[in-house]
Design a protein around this ligand. Structure first.
Ligand SMILES: Cc1cc2nc3c(=O)[nH]c(=O)nc-3n(C[C@H](O)[C@H](O)[C@H](O)COP(=O)(O)OP(=O)(O)OC[C@H]3O[C@@H](n4cnc5c(N)ncnc54)[C@H](O)[C@@H]3O)c2cc1C
Length: 417
């Protein structure tokens, strides 16, 4: 691939970062002429960026590539905000990962200039004290998390802007909150470059999936060589490995809405309201207070129809808007007729049951597949990156069964919430 100074600068500016321009690239020489990298990471979403960062921290020469840019508008990491929470019912593995990731999010937030992490706390509301509540509390007690149980009266007293009708149980996690998704990934890639990693825009040609990979084609007849390759391509994984992951990763269309809060009314701001998730008898809605004046965020967590991440306009459906408005009228009545500030259409890249995928390619042991964020992956980014880098560098000998390719079925049966 010919990398002109102009192209490099354009992509660096687009990503808001100063990419390293080597003398070799300035002369327009081919990437193939370079010494092989230790690892090439394909995909600069939250998973690829944290993996590249951890590998670099471990001393590797790392090249991070993305077809468009870090946390771009069509990527799954490209939204404004993502919730981080510890409650996962019985799934202690994700409670731990979310909690263990917090320190790195705070570190990133401290150096970003603007917040990456807003410690708003998160309130979970349940119509009945279901097994998920008991199991989640048991995990929190075991891990000694400072979690509070709140009944309906306590929720009504703390947050009268929530209509708590029908709620039997609440769980409040004061240490979690909201991550600024796009800002987080872009800041991290910038940090990765500062620490000596290299980032470039390149659309990688899917490799021959049947054998060990030595190099990748990156456009314009150029190749990059490395000892190992990580494919953290989010909802594009089924396109990159169609036979292997086409039947195992299910991208679904997800709509998100931001509503205007009444001028001068601070009840729906981050100082007054935590992030929230309403389990709503299994039909989950979730959202966030008005963060950085973007608006009050609401989304229905139900899986939408299948989506091709490359095609189609990202316009929400009238039905989706009506759905969240009906919900607002019930639970946040002061916002029932609030003006819509913005709508976003993103995609979940679901595995069959919601477990992450972090495993070696069965035909190429120098290729690591990282993905399956399934609508809850963002918060785990730092730990996913650590885990992936330790698998690659050999610090971790065995793949966690929950993350293995073997456990990824071809039928969807969502189990992780
Ligand atoms: C609406 C919505 C709400 C969500 N809410 C939450 C939440 O509250 N909390 C939470 O923890 N998680 C949440 N998630 C999930 C989370 O955002 C995703 O699981 C996570 O961002 C996935 O990141 P990724 O790195 O796997 O994929 P992506 O961010 O999509 O990154 C993949 C990258 O790979 C690149 N790529 C693909 N193919 C190629 C190629 N051939 N060559 C070069 N580059 C390539 C793409 O350009 C892209 O940038 C939500 C997701 C959505 C859509």
């Amino acid at each position: 691939m010919k990398v002109s100074r102009r192209n490099l600068l354009a992509s660096a500016l687009a990503a808001g970062m100063a990419a390293r321009v080597t003398a070799q690239e300035n002369k327009g020489s081919k990437m193939a002429n370079q010494k092989p990298w230790d690892t090439v990471v394909v995909g600069a979403g939250v998973f690829g960026a944290w993996t590249a960062w951890h590998l670099r921290k471990a001393g590797q020469r790392v090249l991070l590539l993305d077809a468009v840019g870090p946390a771009h508008a069509r990527s799954s990491s490209g939204g404004e905000s993502r919730m981080t929470r510890g409650l996962y019912g019985p799934d202690e593995i994700y409670t731990r990962m979310a909690f263990d990731s917090l320190a790195n999010w705070k570190w990133l937030s401290d150096l970003a200039g603007l917040p990456v992490f807003h410690p708003t706390g998160v309130i979970f509301m349940f119509q009945k004290r279901e097994a998920y509540v008991e199991q989640g509390l048991e995990v929190h007690r075991r891990l000694k998390l400072p979690t509070l149980e709140l009944d309906r009266a306590a929720i009504a007293q703390r947050w009268p802007q929530i209509d708590s009708t029908g709620i039997e149980a609440g769980i409040f996690e004061p240490q979690f909150g909201v991550l600024m998704a796009r800002r987080a990934v872009q800041t991290l890639v910038k940090q990765f470059v500062k620490s000596g990693g290299e980032y470039r825009v390149a659309a990688v040609k899917p490799p021959d999936a049947e054998k060990r990979v030595a190099q990748l084609e990156v456009g314009g007849g150029s190749t990059v060589s490395a000892a190992s390759f990580v494919f953290a391509c989010g909802p594009w994984l089924p396109k990159v490995f169609p036979r292997l992951l086409g039947p195992r990763i299910f991208p679904t269309r997800q709509e998100v809405f931001y509503f205007a809060t009444p001028a001068g009314d601070e009840r729906f701001g981050a100082g007054a309201l935590p992030g929230w998730a309403d389990y709503n008898d299994g039909d989950i809605f979730y959202g966030m207070p008005d963060i950085e004046s973007r608006g009050f965020k609401v989304a229905h967590d139900k899986h939408g129809p299948p989506i091709d991440p490359d095609r189609g306009d990202r316009i929400a459906s009238p039905g989706g808007l009506a759905d969240v408005r009906a919900y607002l009228a019930k639970r946040f009545p002061a916002l029932a007729n609030a003006a819509l500030n913005e709508e976003r259409v993103c995609q979940y890249e679901n595995s069959s049951n919601g477990d992450l995928l972090i495993d070696r390619h069965p035909a190429a042991d120098n290729v690591l597949l990282v993905g399956g964020g399934s609508g809850h992956g963002f918060k785990h980014g730092p730990e996913v990156g650590r885990y992936a880098s330790e698998l690659l560098t050999g610090r971790l000998g065995k793949v966690e069964p929950r993350f293995s390719l073997e456990t990824k079925a071809e039928q969807q049966n969502r189990a992780v919430h």
